[in-house]
Every structure is written in structure tokens, then in C-alpha cells.
Design a protein around this ligand. Structure first.
Ligand SMILES: Nc1ncnc2c1ncn2[C@@H]1O[C@H](COP(=O)(O)OP(=O)(O)OP(=O)(O)O)[C@@H](O)[C@H]1O
Ligand SMILES: [Mg+2]
Length: 220
């Protein structure tokens, strides 16, 4: 079991108003899983992903990561989880413009305290997997959207996570690049990494082994 949520609720307060973004959600992510999360805008998909990745804390309910209650993790341990256990991929790639592709992939490894030689090895391995070895010295603005998303996935992969949580990873890509990125995520999944993809597109959800639909803060 990689991630398990039981009766998870999340409440936001914005402008003096309470918003129930999650109203009691149960989900578990296991080794080898490939899950698509679909649902309309505002249904709670990003909130769910953020809680699964311990970027946000639940208002109520149990969140277990690596068979341990997240509340028992210190801040330092949580950041180690985000460095070694869980990787995120975002719709807008979230690369740093001032850094090259190589440096972007390197950043989380630096934060995780990985030594230089090992960093280099992992960056070249991840770049090889994503077919971007010839792009490593480029900066994000010198790359296409599809290339940038490959760099972002290489960054996610380089830390050898148990699970990749991707929030609309193909939302900014055309049909061809969408297909390529989903094929890459499928290959990564075949190698044992669990993959969770939030998407609006049924063509994207079709790559997953299991689809979960959200509606108004609930899994339906
Ligand atoms: N930081 C926040 N503060 C206040 N309200 C928030 C916050 N984040 C999300 N919400 C609210 O929680 C609800 C769920 O938002 P969430 O971002 O999870 O939806 P989503 O399914 O990812 O939508 P989309 O498909 O548009 O990305 C929405 O009503 C949203 O306005
Ligand atoms: Mg969202």
C-alpha cells in the first residue's frame, strides 16, 4: 500500500465562506496501480491529489502514506517523502525558467541530498527514458510544450518515486504530444511505479487501469 485515504474531508475557508472541497473520500493507491481521476471543474480532483501527496493536510479522516499515518511524519520527513517517495507533474510543467533542463531535473535530487555522481547518473538515466538527452542544456523557453513536459516527467522519475501524481499533465499539449506523454507514463507504470493522473479527457483516462470519477467533493 503506497497511499491510503479513509473518510477524508477537506474544508477551505475563503472570503468568510466555508467550502467543502472533499466530503469523505476513500481511496487507496497500491504498487503497480495506474489510476485516472476525472470529474468536472471544482469537483475536488486537485485537492485530492494534494492531500495524497502531502502537500495539503486533511481537515478530517485518515491519510496513510507508506503504511504510516501522515500526522506522525515530521516536516523534515514529509519533505523527504516528497523527495523520494512521491513525485508531482503539473499541467503547466512548473519548470524553473532560469535553469537548464539538466538543472531542473537536478533540483529535487539536490534537495534530497543526493551526491553529485549519483545525481548525474540518475539525470542521464531519466533523460534517456524520456528521449531528451539532446535537450539537457536548453532552458524551458527554448523548448516546445511537449519537450518541457518530458523534462518535468524526467524530474519526477529521477527520484525513483513509488508513485507519480500528475495533475492534467496533458492539459497544455496537442493530440500527438498527449499520446506520447501517456505512452511514457504507461511505460513508467509497467516498470512498477504507480501513476495517478487527473484528466478531463477520456482519451487520457483510457490509458489507466482504473478510473475514479469525482463529483462535488465525493467519489461516485
Ligand atoms: N486554496 C483554496 N482555498 C479556497 N478554496 C479552494 C482552494 N483550493 C480549492 N478550493 C475550492 O475547492 C473546490 C475543489 O477545488 P479543486 O481545485 O480541487 O477542483 P478540481 O476538481 O481540481 O477543478 P479543476 O478541474 O478546475 O482543476 C473548489 O470549489 C475550489 O474553489
Ligand atoms: Mg484541478
Amino acid at each position: 500500500m503506497i497511499i491510503e485515504l479513509k473518510d477524508v474531508k477537506k474544508e477551505y475557508v475563503a472570503g468568510g465562506e466555508k467550502i467543502e472541497a472533499l466530503k469523505g473520500v476513500n481511496i487507496s493507491i497500491n504498487r503497480g496501480d495506474f489510476v485516472a481521476i476525472t470529474g468536472s471543474s471544482g469537483s475536488g480532483k486537485t485537492t485530492l491529489l494534494s492531500i495524497m501527496g502531502c502537500m495539503e493536510t486533511a481537515t478530517e479522516g485518515d491519510v496513510r502514506i507508506g503504511n504510516r499515518d501522515v500526522d506522525t511524519y515530521s516536516d523534515r520527513e514529509k519533505s523527504l517523502l516528497r523527495a523520494n517517495y512521491i513525485s508531482f507533474v503539473f499541467q503547466n510543467f512548473a519548470l524553473m525558467d532560469k535553469y537548464t533542463a539538466y538543472e531542473n531535473i537536478e533540483l529535487p535530487l539536490l534537495n534530497a541530498g543526493v551526491k553529485r555522481r549519483e545525481r548525474k547518473k540518475r539525470i542521464h538515466w531519466a533523460a534517456e527514458q524520456l528521449g531528451i538527452k539532446d535537450q539537457l542544456e536548453k532552458r524551458p523557453r527554448e523548448m516546445s510544450g511537449g519537450q518541457q513536459q518530458r523534462v518535468a516527467i524526467a524530474r519526477a522519475l529521477a527520484s525513483s518515486p513509488q508513485v507519480i501524481l500528475a495533475d492534467e499533465p496533458t492539459g497544455a499539449l496537442d493530440v500527438d504530444n498527449t499520446k506520447k506523454i501517456m505512452e511514457i507514463l504507461t511505460d513508467i507504470n509497467k516498470c512498477g511505479t504507480a501513476v495517478v493522473v487527473v484528466t478531463h479527457e477520456k482519451e487520457v483516462a483510457a490509458y489507466a487501469k482504473r478510473t475514479i470519477r469525482m463529483e462535488d467533493g465525493c467519489i461516485v
